[in-house]
Design a protein around this ligand. Sequence first.
Ligand SMILES: Cc1cc2nc3c(=O)[nH]c(=O)nc-3n(C[C@H](O)[C@H](O)[C@H](O)COP(=O)(O)O)c2cc1C
Length: 182
Amino acid sequence: MTQRPISLYALCGSQRRASTSRRLLEALQLACPEGITIAICDLIGDLPVFNPDNEGERTPVIVERFAAEIRKADGLIVACPEYAHGIPGGFKNALDWLVSRDEVPFKPLMFAHASHRGDLVLAQLADVLQTMSLHIVEDAFLRLPVAGKSDEIQAAMLLEARESGLFSASLSRFAQAIAAKA
Ligand SMILES: Cc1cc2nc3c(=O)[nH]c(=O)nc-3n(C[C@H](O)[C@H](O)[C@H](O)COP(=O)(O)O)c2cc1C
């Protein structure tokens, strides 16, 4: 139970239809404690390639929509796979659109990681996001290694994590950190 309603916006770094990062975000959405809601972003794959010439008055409509959703949210959840020891290009592109804007500085953010691997991308993301002045809530970090498992095992792991309270505990810690900053 949180003191005031908290709305979170979840960003998935994978565009795959069967993305395990996305499945983890969807499972978190179902496990929200009372007073917390999660909307999952569906815009990242449609953003044009970032070009500083197209900022300001020339900013594409879809980028303005993306930024407006981020502005509205009390906090962000990032679930992102590792590609070639780094951040998937499409996801880095989405972050680049936000660098010079005012929506993200000091915005609380938690990682939800769907793999037992990918520590390099977590470190790179932390570096990039901190450079963009986001506030990473380490306490809320969630890892559930469903990547590489069969659909049946993934479903069982996600259900078990939901029923054991793993998801709600992480979300509650995130909400507490958000409330403490407000
Ligand atoms: C192009 C590509 C490159 C990858 N490179 C790495 C890598 O460097 N390190 C790693 O741990 N996994 C790597 N992987 C595996 C993905 O990180 C892993 O499958 C991840 O769980 C996929 O996330 P998703 O299910 O949300 O799409 C790579 C996968 C792809 C498609």
